[in-house]
Design a protein around this ligand. Structure first.
Ligand code: FES
Length: 133
């Protein structure tokens, strides 16, 4: 504990006091190469967290669009819920109803075959839910 106390109370303040920090912005351009070398540890210490924060923020931004399943259907709703009665299935063709699971159908929640193009473009393998009566 004494070593840590010495580091915080004496070594670190002495190191910071010895740094050739310019008193104005233009003073940066007047630093000699040896003064830049002297400043390297503190610049690195300040730059690394900034770099990692910026990198984390950027990767979050890049991930956001690809994490969404629904790109177009009823985007103003906070949640999309559809229900179907057995009579709806009988109205389709009397034998089955085909429901979209890819979220690309123009007739959502019914499948219009758009999953075929989606699968071709993305290499995905999604398809409809077929409910038989
Ligand atoms: S259009 Fe979406 S599953 Fe067919």
């Amino acid at each position: 504990m004494e070593a840590l106390s010495h580091l915080i109370k004496e070594t670190l303040p002495n190191y910071l006091r010895s740094l050739p920090v310019p008193s104005s912005f233009t003073g940066i351009f007047k630093l000699s190469p040896s003064e830049w070398i002297q400043m390297t540890p503190i610049i690195t210490l300040l730059a690394l967290p900034t770099y990692y924060l910026a990198r984390a923020y950027r990767s979050n931004e890049e991930l956001r669009p690809s994490t969404k399943v629904n790109l177009n259907v009823n985007k103003q709703s906070s949640k999309i819920v559809d229900t179907a009665d057995i009579e709806d299935i009988q109205k389709c063709d009397g034998k089955k109803a085909v429901y979209c699971r890819c979220w690309r159908s123009k007739k959502f929640p019914m499948c219009d075959g758009s999953h075929n193009q989606h699968n071709e473009v993305t290499g995905d393998n999604v398809g409809p839910l077929i409910v038989k009566a």
